[in-house]
Write a protein that binds this ligand. Sequence first.
Ligand SMILES: O=C(O)CCC(=O)C(=O)O
Ligand SMILES: [Fe+2]
Length: 389
Amino acid sequence: MPSRSLADAFRSHPVHLHQKHLDFSSLQEIPDSHKWTQLDDIEQQHPSVESFITESVPVIDLLDPNVLQNIGNACKTWGVLQVTNHGIPISLLESVEGVSRSLFSLPVQQKLKAARSPDGVSGYGVARISSFFSKLMWSEGFTIVGSPLEHFRQLWPQDYTKFCFLFSSFSNDQISTLYSDVIEEHEKEMQKLARRLTWLMLGSLGITKKDLNWAGPKGESKEGGAALQLNSYPACPDPDLAMGLAAHTDSTLLTILYQNNTSGLQVLKEGIGWVTVPPIPGGLVVNVGDLLHILSNGLYPSVLHRAVVNRTKHRLSIAYLYGPPSSVQISPIQKLVGPNHPPLYRPITWNEYLVAKAKHFNKALSSVRICAPLNGLVDVNDHNSVKVG
Ligand SMILES: O=C(O)CCC(=O)C(=O)O
Ligand SMILES: [Fe+2]
Protein backbone atom coordinates (compact mmCIF):
# COMPACT_ATOMS: atom_id res chain seq x y z
CA MET A 1 0.00 0.00 0.00
CA PRO A 2 1.46 3.37 -0.92
CA SER A 3 0.06 4.97 2.22
CA ARG A 4 1.88 2.47 4.47
CA SER A 5 5.22 3.13 2.78
CA LEU A 6 4.98 6.90 3.03
CA ALA A 7 4.10 6.53 6.67
CA ASP A 8 7.16 4.28 7.14
CA ALA A 9 9.45 6.93 5.68
CA PHE A 10 8.20 9.54 8.14
CA ARG A 11 8.29 7.15 11.07
CA SER A 12 11.96 6.48 10.41
CA HIS A 13 12.80 10.17 10.69
CA PRO A 14 10.59 11.89 13.26
CA VAL A 15 10.44 15.67 13.06
CA HIS A 16 9.97 17.55 16.31
CA LEU A 17 8.47 20.90 15.48
CA HIS A 18 8.09 23.91 17.71
CA GLN A 19 4.37 23.36 18.00
CA LYS A 20 3.11 26.86 18.56
CA HIS A 21 -0.42 26.89 17.24
CA LEU A 22 -1.84 30.34 16.80
CA ASP A 23 -5.39 31.42 16.35
CA PHE A 24 -4.40 33.60 13.39
CA SER A 25 -7.80 35.27 13.10
CA SER A 26 -7.45 36.91 16.52
CA LEU A 27 -4.07 38.56 15.85
CA GLN A 28 -3.82 42.29 15.06
CA GLU A 29 -0.07 42.19 14.64
CA ILE A 30 2.60 39.62 13.92
CA PRO A 31 4.31 38.08 16.95
CA ASP A 32 8.14 37.94 16.88
CA SER A 33 7.97 34.18 16.43
CA HIS A 34 6.46 34.78 12.96
CA LYS A 35 8.47 37.82 11.82
CA TRP A 36 10.84 36.96 8.99
CA THR A 37 13.81 38.98 7.84
CA GLN A 38 16.09 38.31 4.87
CA LEU A 39 18.41 36.46 7.22
CA ASP A 40 15.74 33.97 8.14
CA ASP A 41 15.33 32.77 4.58
CA ILE A 42 18.28 32.78 2.27
CA GLU A 43 16.02 32.58 -0.78
CA GLN A 44 14.46 35.96 0.04
CA GLN A 45 17.49 37.67 -1.45
CA HIS A 46 16.06 37.10 -4.93
CA PRO A 47 13.87 40.02 -6.05
CA SER A 48 10.11 39.63 -6.37
CA VAL A 49 9.23 40.41 -9.95
CA GLU A 50 6.45 42.92 -10.51
CA SER A 51 3.50 42.04 -12.68
CA PHE A 52 4.59 44.23 -15.64
CA ILE A 53 7.35 41.72 -16.38
CA THR A 54 6.12 39.69 -19.32
CA GLU A 55 7.68 36.38 -18.24
CA SER A 56 4.98 34.12 -16.90
CA VAL A 57 4.54 30.45 -16.15
CA PRO A 58 3.28 28.71 -19.33
CA VAL A 59 -0.41 27.81 -19.47
CA ILE A 60 -0.97 24.62 -21.45
CA ASP A 61 -4.25 23.32 -22.83
CA LEU A 62 -4.10 19.53 -22.51
CA LEU A 63 -6.32 19.22 -25.61
CA ASP A 64 -3.88 21.22 -27.75
CA PRO A 65 -2.42 19.07 -30.57
CA ASN A 66 1.06 20.37 -29.64
CA VAL A 67 0.65 19.39 -26.03
CA LEU A 68 3.75 17.18 -25.89
CA GLN A 69 6.09 19.84 -27.22
CA ASN A 70 4.51 22.59 -25.09
CA ILE A 71 4.86 20.53 -21.93
CA GLY A 72 8.46 19.66 -22.74
CA ASN A 73 9.37 23.32 -23.27
CA ALA A 74 7.66 24.38 -20.05
CA CYS A 75 9.35 21.63 -18.03
CA LYS A 76 12.79 22.48 -19.40
CA THR A 77 12.59 26.23 -19.04
CA TRP A 78 10.44 26.62 -15.93
CA GLY A 79 9.95 23.29 -14.15
CA VAL A 80 6.35 24.38 -13.66
CA LEU A 81 3.27 24.95 -15.80
CA GLN A 82 -0.45 25.49 -15.48
CA VAL A 83 -2.84 23.12 -17.23
CA THR A 84 -6.38 23.66 -18.48
CA ASN A 85 -8.83 21.15 -19.98
CA HIS A 86 -7.37 18.58 -17.60
CA GLY A 87 -10.63 16.68 -17.08
CA ILE A 88 -10.96 17.17 -13.31
CA PRO A 89 -14.49 18.55 -12.69
CA ILE A 90 -14.37 22.05 -11.22
CA SER A 91 -17.18 21.02 -8.87
CA LEU A 92 -14.91 18.34 -7.37
CA LEU A 93 -12.08 20.85 -6.82
CA GLU A 94 -14.54 23.25 -5.21
CA SER A 95 -15.87 20.50 -2.96
CA VAL A 96 -12.36 19.72 -1.70
CA GLU A 97 -11.86 23.45 -1.16
CA GLY A 98 -15.10 23.42 0.86
CA VAL A 99 -13.89 20.52 3.03
CA SER A 100 -10.63 22.37 3.55
CA ARG A 101 -12.35 25.64 4.46
CA SER A 102 -14.61 23.81 6.88
CA LEU A 103 -11.64 22.05 8.49
CA PHE A 104 -9.45 25.13 8.95
CA SER A 105 -12.33 27.22 10.32
CA LEU A 106 -12.60 24.87 13.34
CA PRO A 107 -11.19 26.24 16.63
CA VAL A 108 -7.49 25.44 17.15
CA GLN A 109 -8.24 23.12 20.07
CA GLN A 110 -10.55 21.10 17.86
CA LYS A 111 -8.02 20.87 15.03
CA LEU A 112 -5.36 19.71 17.46
CA LYS A 113 -7.46 16.61 18.15
CA ALA A 114 -6.25 15.41 14.76
CA ALA A 115 -2.68 16.70 15.18
CA ARG A 116 0.07 15.03 13.19
CA SER A 117 2.42 13.14 15.50
CA PRO A 118 6.21 13.74 15.23
CA ASP A 119 6.70 10.41 13.44
CA GLY A 120 3.42 10.51 11.54
CA VAL A 121 2.52 11.70 8.09
CA SER A 122 -1.23 12.40 8.32
CA GLY A 123 -3.00 15.07 10.29
CA TYR A 124 -3.06 18.72 11.28
CA GLY A 125 0.02 20.82 11.94
CA VAL A 126 2.61 23.29 10.77
CA ALA A 127 4.66 22.52 7.65
CA ARG A 128 7.25 19.77 8.22
CA ILE A 129 9.91 22.05 6.72
CA SER A 130 9.39 24.39 9.69
CA SER A 131 12.08 22.46 11.55
CA PHE A 132 14.70 24.05 9.26
CA PHE A 133 13.80 27.63 10.19
CA SER A 134 13.97 29.63 13.39
CA LYS A 135 10.81 31.56 12.47
CA LEU A 136 7.35 30.11 12.09
CA MET A 137 5.27 30.36 8.96
CA TRP A 138 1.93 32.10 8.54
CA SER A 139 0.08 28.96 7.61
CA GLU A 140 -1.42 25.71 8.82
CA GLY A 141 -1.69 22.43 7.03
CA PHE A 142 -3.49 19.13 7.01
CA THR A 143 -1.89 16.11 5.36
CA ILE A 144 -3.92 13.15 4.14
CA VAL A 145 -2.42 9.79 3.21
CA GLY A 146 -4.94 7.01 2.68
CA SER A 147 -8.44 7.43 4.11
CA PRO A 148 -8.95 10.58 6.22
CA LEU A 149 -12.08 9.17 7.90
CA GLU A 150 -10.52 8.47 11.27
CA HIS A 151 -9.08 11.98 11.49
CA PHE A 152 -12.30 13.55 10.27
CA ARG A 153 -14.20 11.74 13.07
CA GLN A 154 -11.79 13.33 15.54
CA LEU A 155 -12.42 16.75 14.02
CA TRP A 156 -16.19 16.44 13.83
CA PRO A 157 -17.18 14.08 16.66
CA GLN A 158 -20.81 13.25 17.36
CA ASP A 159 -21.11 15.77 20.17
CA TYR A 160 -19.60 18.65 18.23
CA THR A 161 -22.22 20.86 16.65
CA LYS A 162 -20.28 23.53 14.82
CA PHE A 163 -21.72 24.52 11.44
CA CYS A 164 -20.12 22.62 8.55
CA PHE A 165 -19.87 24.34 5.21
CA LEU A 166 -20.99 21.74 2.74
CA PHE A 167 -23.60 19.65 4.47
CA SER A 168 -25.19 21.76 7.19
CA SER A 169 -28.27 19.55 7.53
CA PHE A 170 -26.33 16.34 8.22
CA SER A 171 -25.19 14.83 11.49
CA ASN A 172 -21.49 15.05 12.27
CA ASP A 173 -20.93 11.39 11.57
CA GLN A 174 -22.54 11.75 8.14
CA ILE A 175 -20.40 14.84 7.54
CA SER A 176 -17.16 12.98 8.32
CA THR A 177 -18.19 10.25 5.88
CA LEU A 178 -19.25 12.68 3.16
CA TYR A 179 -16.09 14.75 3.49
CA SER A 180 -14.06 11.58 3.37
CA ASP A 181 -15.91 10.46 0.20
CA VAL A 182 -15.09 13.80 -1.44
CA ILE A 183 -11.40 13.28 -0.65
CA GLU A 184 -11.49 9.71 -1.98
CA GLU A 185 -13.17 10.75 -5.24
CA HIS A 186 -10.60 13.52 -5.63
CA GLU A 187 -7.74 11.05 -5.03
CA LYS A 188 -9.09 8.75 -7.77
CA GLU A 189 -9.35 11.54 -10.33
CA MET A 190 -6.02 13.12 -9.44
CA GLN A 191 -4.22 9.76 -9.61
CA LYS A 192 -5.42 9.44 -13.24
CA LEU A 193 -4.36 12.98 -14.12
CA ALA A 194 -0.99 12.58 -12.39
CA ARG A 195 -0.23 9.43 -14.41
CA ARG A 196 -1.25 11.13 -17.62
CA LEU A 197 0.93 14.16 -16.87
CA THR A 198 3.89 11.94 -15.94
CA TRP A 199 3.76 10.23 -19.33
CA LEU A 200 3.34 13.55 -21.17
CA MET A 201 6.32 15.01 -19.35
CA LEU A 202 8.47 11.95 -20.02
CA GLY A 203 7.02 11.51 -23.51
CA SER A 204 8.33 14.89 -24.54
CA LEU A 205 11.84 13.60 -23.75
CA GLY A 206 11.25 10.63 -26.05
CA ILE A 207 10.63 8.28 -23.13
CA THR A 208 7.97 5.65 -23.59
CA LYS A 209 6.43 3.30 -21.08
CA LYS A 210 8.79 0.48 -22.03
CA ASP A 211 11.80 2.64 -21.08
CA LEU A 212 10.82 2.54 -17.44
CA ASN A 213 11.34 -0.75 -15.66
CA TRP A 214 8.61 0.01 -13.13
CA ALA A 215 5.97 0.35 -15.81
CA GLY A 216 4.52 -2.99 -16.87
CA PRO A 217 4.58 -4.24 -20.48
CA LYS A 218 1.50 -2.25 -21.38
CA GLY A 219 2.68 0.73 -19.42
CA GLU A 220 0.36 -0.27 -16.61
CA SER A 221 2.62 0.90 -13.87
CA LYS A 222 2.28 -0.32 -10.33
CA GLU A 223 0.20 2.17 -8.46
CA GLY A 224 2.10 5.33 -7.59
CA GLY A 225 1.92 6.76 -4.10
CA ALA A 226 0.35 10.05 -3.18
CA ALA A 227 -0.42 12.44 -0.36
CA LEU A 228 -2.87 15.31 -0.27
CA GLN A 229 -1.69 18.48 1.43
CA LEU A 230 -4.33 21.05 2.39
CA ASN A 231 -2.75 24.44 3.09
CA SER A 232 -4.37 27.45 4.72
CA TYR A 233 -2.87 30.95 4.73
CA PRO A 234 -4.98 33.28 6.87
CA ALA A 235 -5.08 37.02 6.07
CA CYS A 236 -2.03 38.62 7.64
CA PRO A 237 -1.74 42.11 9.21
CA ASP A 238 1.75 42.67 7.77
CA PRO A 239 2.39 40.35 4.81
CA ASP A 240 5.86 41.79 4.10
CA LEU A 241 7.10 40.47 7.43
CA ALA A 242 5.52 37.04 7.19
CA MET A 243 6.22 33.88 5.20
CA GLY A 244 3.36 31.61 4.15
CA LEU A 245 5.49 28.64 3.14
CA ALA A 246 9.26 28.98 2.79
CA ALA A 247 11.01 28.23 -0.50
CA HIS A 248 11.36 24.54 -1.26
CA THR A 249 11.19 22.02 -4.05
CA ASP A 250 8.75 19.12 -3.80
CA SER A 251 10.04 15.60 -3.03
CA THR A 252 7.70 14.13 -5.64
CA LEU A 253 7.63 13.09 -9.27
CA LEU A 254 5.18 15.90 -9.77
CA THR A 255 2.76 17.96 -7.73
CA ILE A 256 -0.65 19.16 -8.91
CA LEU A 257 -1.77 22.28 -7.10
CA TYR A 258 -5.17 23.90 -6.92
CA GLN A 259 -5.23 27.40 -5.53
CA ASN A 260 -8.47 29.21 -4.79
CA ASN A 261 -8.92 32.63 -6.37
CA THR A 262 -6.24 34.28 -4.22
CA SER A 263 -2.68 34.44 -5.51
CA GLY A 264 0.30 33.67 -3.31
CA LEU A 265 2.31 30.98 -5.08
CA GLN A 266 5.64 32.24 -6.43
CA VAL A 267 8.27 30.34 -8.38
CA LEU A 268 11.93 31.24 -8.73
CA LYS A 269 13.00 31.81 -12.33
CA GLU A 270 16.76 31.86 -12.62
CA GLY A 271 18.01 35.26 -13.75
CA ILE A 272 14.66 36.91 -13.11
CA GLY A 273 13.51 36.39 -9.53
CA TRP A 274 10.28 35.38 -7.85
CA VAL A 275 7.41 35.21 -10.31
CA THR A 276 3.82 35.00 -9.09
CA VAL A 277 1.69 32.19 -10.52
CA PRO A 278 -1.77 33.76 -10.77
CA PRO A 279 -4.76 31.47 -10.19
CA ILE A 280 -6.63 30.94 -13.46
CA PRO A 281 -10.25 29.75 -13.38
CA GLY A 282 -10.30 25.97 -13.57
CA GLY A 283 -6.52 25.80 -13.97
CA LEU A 284 -4.15 23.55 -12.07
CA VAL A 285 -0.47 24.22 -11.41
CA VAL A 286 1.92 21.33 -12.09
CA ASN A 287 5.36 21.38 -10.46
CA VAL A 288 8.25 19.21 -11.57
CA GLY A 289 9.39 17.46 -8.38
CA ASP A 290 12.86 16.30 -7.36
CA LEU A 291 12.27 12.70 -8.49
CA LEU A 292 11.32 13.76 -12.02
CA HIS A 293 14.44 15.92 -12.03
CA ILE A 294 16.45 12.77 -11.21
CA LEU A 295 14.62 10.63 -13.82
CA SER A 296 15.26 13.29 -16.47
CA ASN A 297 18.95 13.29 -15.54
CA GLY A 298 18.76 16.97 -14.72
CA LEU A 299 16.99 18.06 -17.92
CA TYR A 300 13.91 19.19 -16.01
CA PRO A 301 14.52 21.45 -13.01
CA SER A 302 12.42 20.83 -9.95
CA VAL A 303 10.96 24.23 -9.37
CA LEU A 304 11.85 26.21 -6.25
CA HIS A 305 8.63 27.75 -4.99
CA ARG A 306 7.11 29.42 -1.95
CA ALA A 307 3.82 30.91 -0.79
CA VAL A 308 3.46 34.52 0.29
CA VAL A 309 0.52 35.86 2.27
CA ASN A 310 -2.08 38.51 1.83
CA ARG A 311 -3.36 41.41 3.98
CA THR A 312 -7.06 40.88 3.42
CA LYS A 313 -7.73 37.48 1.93
CA HIS A 314 -7.62 34.01 3.38
CA ARG A 315 -5.87 31.78 0.84
CA LEU A 316 -6.30 28.02 0.48
CA SER A 317 -4.28 25.66 -1.66
CA ILE A 318 -4.58 21.94 -2.23
CA ALA A 319 -1.47 20.08 -3.31
CA TYR A 320 -1.63 16.54 -4.70
CA LEU A 321 1.84 15.12 -4.11
CA TYR A 322 2.46 12.28 -6.53
CA GLY A 323 5.33 9.80 -6.39
CA PRO A 324 6.42 6.41 -7.72
CA PRO A 325 5.60 3.02 -6.17
CA SER A 326 7.52 2.78 -2.92
CA SER A 327 9.86 -0.08 -3.75
CA VAL A 328 11.02 1.39 -7.04
CA GLN A 329 14.54 2.73 -7.43
CA ILE A 330 14.46 6.07 -9.21
CA SER A 331 17.53 6.87 -11.26
CA PRO A 332 18.31 8.76 -14.48
CA ILE A 333 16.53 6.99 -17.37
CA GLN A 334 19.01 4.98 -19.46
CA LYS A 335 17.97 6.66 -22.71
CA LEU A 336 19.01 10.03 -21.29
CA VAL A 337 22.43 8.80 -20.20
CA GLY A 338 25.43 8.65 -22.54
CA PRO A 339 29.14 9.46 -22.80
CA ASN A 340 28.40 13.18 -22.72
CA HIS A 341 25.60 12.79 -20.23
CA PRO A 342 26.75 10.66 -17.33
CA PRO A 343 24.11 9.85 -14.72
CA LEU A 344 23.98 12.76 -12.29
CA TYR A 345 22.24 10.92 -9.46
CA ARG A 346 22.49 7.57 -7.76
CA PRO A 347 19.40 5.31 -7.61
CA ILE A 348 17.10 6.05 -4.70
CA THR A 349 13.59 5.02 -3.63
CA TRP A 350 10.95 7.60 -2.74
CA ASN A 351 11.15 6.58 0.92
CA GLU A 352 14.91 7.01 0.99
CA TYR A 353 14.59 10.37 -0.70
CA LEU A 354 12.03 11.54 1.86
CA VAL A 355 14.49 10.66 4.60
CA ALA A 356 17.25 12.57 2.75
CA LYS A 357 14.90 15.55 2.46
CA ALA A 358 14.04 15.40 6.15
CA LYS A 359 17.77 15.53 6.93
CA HIS A 360 19.08 17.91 4.29
CA PHE A 361 16.00 19.85 3.14
CA ASN A 362 16.92 21.95 0.05
CA LYS A 363 20.30 20.23 -0.17
CA ALA A 364 18.76 16.75 -0.50
CA LEU A 365 19.24 16.59 -4.26
CA SER A 366 22.91 17.37 -4.11
CA SER A 367 23.29 14.81 -1.31
CA VAL A 368 22.36 12.09 -3.82
CA ARG A 369 24.32 13.52 -6.73
CA ILE A 370 27.19 11.37 -7.95
CA CYS A 371 28.54 13.46 -10.76
CA ALA A 372 29.20 17.15 -11.23
CA PRO A 373 27.60 18.56 -14.38
CA LEU A 374 29.91 18.49 -17.41
CA ASN A 375 30.71 21.63 -19.35
CA GLY A 376 27.66 22.72 -21.25
CA LEU A 377 25.37 20.59 -19.12
CA VAL A 378 24.01 23.05 -16.64
CA ASP A 379 22.61 21.60 -13.49
CA VAL A 380 19.48 23.62 -13.26
CA ASN A 381 19.02 22.82 -9.59
CA ASP A 382 22.44 24.10 -8.69
CA HIS A 383 21.16 26.65 -6.19
CA ASN A 384 20.62 23.62 -3.98
CA SER A 385 24.15 22.34 -4.23
CA VAL A 386 26.11 21.24 -1.23
CA LYS A 387 29.33 19.38 -0.71
CA VAL A 388 28.55 15.81 0.12
CA GLY A 389 30.38 13.91 2.79
O1 LIG B 1 0.24 27.08 -1.31
C1 LIG B 1 0.93 27.01 -2.31
O2 LIG B 1 0.71 27.68 -3.32
C2 LIG B 1 2.14 26.11 -2.33
C3 LIG B 1 1.96 24.84 -1.54
C4 LIG B 1 3.15 23.96 -1.65
O3 LIG B 1 4.14 24.30 -2.23
C5 LIG B 1 3.15 22.62 -1.03
O4 LIG B 1 2.17 22.24 -0.35
O5 LIG B 1 4.14 21.88 -1.23
FE1 LIG C 1 5.49 22.65 -2.62
